[in-house]
Design a protein around this ligand. Structure first.
Ligand code: NAD
Ligand code: UD1
Length: 338
């Protein structure tokens, strides 16, 4: 298949591009480079020996999206493009609603004009809101606590309604848990702008000496060691989940939702200690108050993806910590040209 990757120059998009190319698919990326560097796809080309063309353009721009379809005629779309910082979404809700929802709707409008009916969407475990029962199953109630989360929730709603109105469409909604790590080569990885919000990139920058120490947000949660527990998944496992999802979507119609997680929760201190052990380093940390909006525990029931997509995560926490550090060590300035 020829697959259009919106946001394909970003963290998950570039790893998925590599995975699709290695599986014999063709890719083209549409990215406005708001949070990415063209270097990521150049490295994907070097790693695979295959073309990964990048069109610099905005997914909310119907003319730009139409031009990509005219030139490349993709068979399927994986829609990664979006703004993703939770805190920023609280401060700038309109930017988030406009960018993330317009992008989804623009694709839905343009695709059928070119006979393209298959779309895989990057959703998030954040749509499970404050559910208490774990592990989280796809049929659990949903609801969000911030504008970023609502853009995912509303995009899921839009895609469900569009598929209901046109029975030829096939949409797969992937709810990611916490992607971390990097391709094992260390040539591509996560390149956050400024001080990282998320745990693993923060730990990596402490390890490299860029940041002084980690702040552990709360040790009074009702968990094994009092720190927050999450379902961390290696980004290459996540990328392989997209390969399975696109192949599934091409053979079905309608909407299907899948969790992409490992099903195993790790606490913040588990991650610190795994990182130290995997890389033979020390991560200084202090316990600070909880981060507002954080929940205690969040992990997936990955059974549905195992059964229907024949996919499951294979890489363990040691590999996640080793590969995250391998990328950071080789690329202390990320891609350098963001
Ligand atoms: P990322 O920021 O690295 O990638 C997103 C890409 O989309 C960036 O390259 C950015 O430049 C591009 N983009 C944003 N708006 C665009 C637009 N209007 N037109 C064209 N390009 C645009 O983020 P990521 O971590 O790779 O996430 C990919 C997707 O997965 C996002 O939709 C994100 O919300 C979702 N997601 C990510 C996580 C995570 O922890 N990384 C978890 C759950 C869901
Ligand atoms: C966050 C977002 C979520 C998004 C995900 C991936 C919030 C509330 N949620 O999830 O919507 O899908 O990122 O982008 O922002 N921690 C520390 N110190 C740090 C950083 C994190 O102790 O410096 C802890 C957190 O309290 C949490 C865990 O580490 O318990 C993981 O945090 P993080 O990597 O930010 O992911 P989430 O909060 O799960």
């Amino acid at each position: 298949m020829r697959v259009l990757l919106t946001g394909g120059a970003g963290y998950i998009g570039s790893h998925t591009a590599l995975c699709l190319l290695n599986a014999g698919h063709e890719v083209v990326a549409l990215d406005n480079l708001y949070n990415a560097s063209p270097e990521a796809l150049r490295r994907v080309e070097a790693l695979t020996g295959k073309k990964a063309p990048l069109v610099v353009g905005d997914c909310t721009d119907e003319a730009a999206v139409t031009a990509v379809f005219e030139q490349y005629r993709p068979d399927a779309v994986i829609h990664f493009a979006g703004l993703k910082a939770v805190g920023e979404s609280v401060a700038k809700p309109l930017d988030y609603y406009q960018n993330n929802l317009d992008a989804t709707m623009t694709l839905c409008r343009v695709m059928p004009r070119f006979g393209c009916r298959v779309l895989v969407f990057s959703s998030s475990a954040t749509v499970y809101g404050t559910n208490q029962e774990m592990p989280l199953r796809e049929d659990f109630p949903t609801g969000c606590t911030n504008p970023y989360g609502w853009t995912k929730w509303i995009s899921e709603r839009i895609l469900t309604d569009v598929a209901a109105a046109d029975s030829t469409r096939s949409f797969v909604l992937l709810r990611y848990f916490n992607p971390i790590g990097a391709h094992e080569s260390g040539r591509i990885g996560e390149d956050p702008a400024g001080i990282p919000n998320n745990l693993m990139p923060y730990i990596c920058q402490v390890a490299s000496g860029k940041l002084d120490h980690l702040r552990v947000f709360g040790n009074d949660y009702p968990t094994r060691d009092g720190t927050g527990e999450r379902d961390y998944i290696h980004v290459m496992d996540l990328a392989e989940g997209h390969l399975a999802a696109i192949e599934y979507a091409a053979e079905h119609t309608g909407v299907e939702i899948f969790n992409l997680g490992t099903g195993t929760p790790y606490s913040v201190l588990d991650i610190v200690h795994s990182f130290e052990k995997a890389n033979n380093l020390t991560i200084p940390y202090e316990i600070t108050p909880r981060r507002p909006g954080d929940i205690a525990v969040c992990y997936a029931d990955p059974a549905k993806a195992r059964e229907k997509l024949h996919w499951q995560a294979k890489r363990d926490m040691t590999a996640m910590c080793r590969d995250a550090w391998n990328w950071q060590k080789q690329n202390p300035q990320g891609f350098g040209d963001k």
